[in-house]
Ligand binder design. Structure first.
Ligand code: NAD
Ligand code: GDD
Length: 332
């Protein structure tokens, strides 16, 4: 039977894709986001779509009212360009998770609760080299997460744990590793490397000026997780009995230069790279160790980067070519 489910942050990238998937499975979905509906990345008419600021406890009480499950994907965040320059805004998202949990406790609704954490909780001293060992769940402690955003995520993970231990709310936590795909943020300052590189290469291709700016020296490493894997894995983790935070990420690690090679190959052009060494760079290397998810779910994100980027580049290219503003374009 279908459940009643709240998707907090339903107007965002992952939230919009999750709402779509839950509706397809016959669930009743309430999507809540702070942005006006015209700025939501996907608006699903079969869902109950609510515009509300979930930093406020009263709005959280209304949002969780009568639901069986809560997915908290609401957060003031972005790629390195945003989180390095907006640490206080990132940390204020602590109010969203805290008030959502508190609303569940006070109302008795939403007794199964998913929190979208991040690889940014991992200790900085374990990510100093490009050719690093993949990050295991235990590498979050001793704590030295990404300043601002990472501290908020780590604190909210603990809040989930204690609401489970003390108040019986069945919390589940996934640590997402850089999620990308069509209908994601691709311009405006919050975009992450995959969509930013797709946009820059698309602009180069359309303008005929085959030169792009790259943040850092391009030799930093990451793994990138395709949106379909993220949506599927989030639901598997929610349905599981995995109580501790768990990686949800691809283990296909590349350098940013390799990412650019793949995207420019898809575009069918060669690009000259202008490296900006003073731009936001984040950690030197990051990859997901998937031992735990394979062990517990017998599954891991498996979309090949090349395949995911084909879809993403095609979509971003359409947005750039159409010249439409980001928010309208994202819904198309
Ligand atoms: P997103 O920015 O597209 O979506 C987040 C949504 O939350 C936005 O639509 C925003 O308007 C909404 N929001 C912010 N403050 C709010 C508030 N006070 N009340 C209601 N809504 C509010 O981001 P996303 O990529 O979809 O990320 C979803 C979640 O996954 C976030 O918690 C993020 O930190 C986490 N995460 C994402 C990635 C990634 O690579 N995309 C990686 C790690 C973790
Ligand atoms: N955003 C962006 N734009 N990054 C670029 C660009 C560009 O044009 N060119 C090169 N990069 C480099 C960045 O300097 C960084 O070293 C790397 O690409 C990855 O940058 P992002 O994708 O912005 O972020 P991240 O991987 O460091 O962190 C992201 O993933 C985390 C989870 O793994 C962020 O989105 C975090 O918010 C998220 O939690």
């Amino acid at each position: 039977m279908g459940k009643a489910i709240l998707v907090a942050g339903g107007g965002g990238f992952i939230g919009g894709a999750l709402v779509s998937s839950l509706l397809q499975q016959g669930h009743e979905v309430r999507a809540v986001d702070r942005k006006p509906l015209s700025e939501w990345y996907q608006v699903h008419s079969q869902a109950e779509n609510v515009v509300a600021d979930l930093q406020l406890l009263d709005r959280c009480r209304e949002a969780v009212d009568g639901v069986d499950e809560v997915y908290n994907l609401a957060c003031d965040m972005g790629g390195m360009g945003f989180i390095e320059n907006n640490k206080a805004l990132c940390m204020l998202s602590v109010l969203i998770n805290t008030h959502l949990l508190e609303a569940c406790r006070l109302t008795g609704s939403g007794q199964r609760f998913f929190y979208a954490s991040s690889a940014c909780v991992y200790a900085a001293d374990k990510q100093l080299v490009a050719d690093l060992a993949p990050l295991r769940e235990c590498d979050a402690y001793p704590a030295m997460p990404e300043d601002g955003y990472g501290w908020e995520k780590l604190f909210s993970e603990r809040m989930c744990r204690h609401f489970r231990e003390d108040f019986g709310i069945e919390t589940r936590i996934a640590r997402y590793h850089n999620v990308y795909g069509p209908r994601g943020t691709w311009t405006g300052g919050r975009e992450k490397a995959p969509s930013a590189i797709c946009r820059k290469v698309a602009e180069a291709s359309l303008s005929g000026v085959h030169e792009i700016e790259v943040w850092g020296d391009g030799e930093q490493t990451r793994s990138f997780t395709y949106i379909d894997d993220c949506v599927r894995g989030s639901q598997m983790i929610m349905a599981s009995d995995i109580l501790d935070p768990i990686n949800l990420g691809s283990s296909e690690m590349v350098t940013i230069n390799q990412l650019i090679d793949i995207v420019s190959d898809i575009a069918g052009i060669t690009v000259t790279r202008r490296y900006d060494l003073s731009a936001p760079k984040g950690v030197r290397g990051r990859n997901s160790d998937n031992t735990m998810i394979l062990d517990r779910l017998d599954w891991e994100p498996s979309t090949r980067l090349r395949d995911g980027l084909e879809e993403t580049y095609r979509w971003v290219h359409r947005q750039v070519a159409s010249g439409r503003p980001a928010t309208i374009a994202a819904a198309a």
